[in-house]
Design a protein around this ligand. Structure first.
Ligand code: TYD
Length: 213
């Protein structure tokens, strides 16, 4: 596979989706000979659609059962598997630059919180399940923003969703940070507290540097 896989990660409201559009434009401009593929998880595919319906139904449940949370984990994993098979692997074989808004690290970071107390060491347990079959990104941009500010941004955008409570986002943020510190060669930390333009430029610089190597 001779393409490049770059993933964007961060808590809800961290501004990664806005930066993604900017990165994609610049990559297409600087490397017009390369195909750029923009994608995301949860996907808009078969499992992705089931997943979104499950998530909105589960958000009504005050204290979800272990079974419901495991169902959620495996739906995210099945969605990831389908994403790999249908989009990621074929695009990389095609030599494309693949930019994914969220990827398997989101599953480790988010379900690593929901499964706390259900399985021991959920983050590393989830990472172990992915390890034999996942395609590891060439680079992961981690958008860092304190959860309070992220929630403020989200509130001005729309109503709260299941994964957008402060305590929860604090724990997700911690998981992302510790995952990044254990794989410093893959993760690039982006200070997402700066203004939108600066964040997008910094993220783009990191990507262009990788592609120029
Ligand atoms: P996303 O589509 O990024 O959010 P939005 O609809 O705001 O653009 O993701 C939806 C939610 O799902 C988000 O709160 C993060 C969460 N999520 C997980 O819990 N695990 C995962 O594996 C992924 C990909 C997302």
């Amino acid at each position: 596979m001779f393409g490049r896989l770059i993933t964007l990660e961060g808590i809800d409201g961290s501004g990664k989706s806005t930066a993604l559009q900017h990165i994609a434009r610049k990559v297409a401009e600087k490397q017009p000979q390369r195909k750029t593929v923009l994608t995301a998880e949860p996907t808009s595919g078969e499992v992705g659609r089931i997943l979104r319906a499950e998530l909105s139904a589960a958000s009504e449940v005050e204290k979800p059962s272990a079974a419901l949370l495991m169902n959620e984990l495996f739906l995210f994993m099945a969605d990831h598997a389908q994403h790999l098979a249908n989009t990621i692997v074929p695009s990389l074989k095609d030599g494309a630059v693949v930019l994914s808004d969220r990827y398997a690290d989101s599953t480790a970071a988010y379900q690593g919180v929901t499964l706390e107390g259900i399985v021991p060491h959920p983050v590393s347990w989830i990472q172990e399940i992915f390890r034999p079959w996942n395609v590891v990104p060439d680079m992961t941009l981690l958008f860092l923003l304190d959860p309070e500010s992220a929630l403020m941004r989200l509130k001005s955008r729309r109503g709260r969703e299941k994964f957008e409570r402060l305590e929860f986002l604090r724990m997700v943020d911690e998981n992302f940070r510790s995952m990044a510190s254990s794989e410093p060669e893959r993760f690039v930390l982006i200070d997402a507290a700066q203004d939108e333009g600066t964040v997008a430029r910094n993220a783009t610089r990191a990507v262009l540097e990788l592609l120029g190597r």
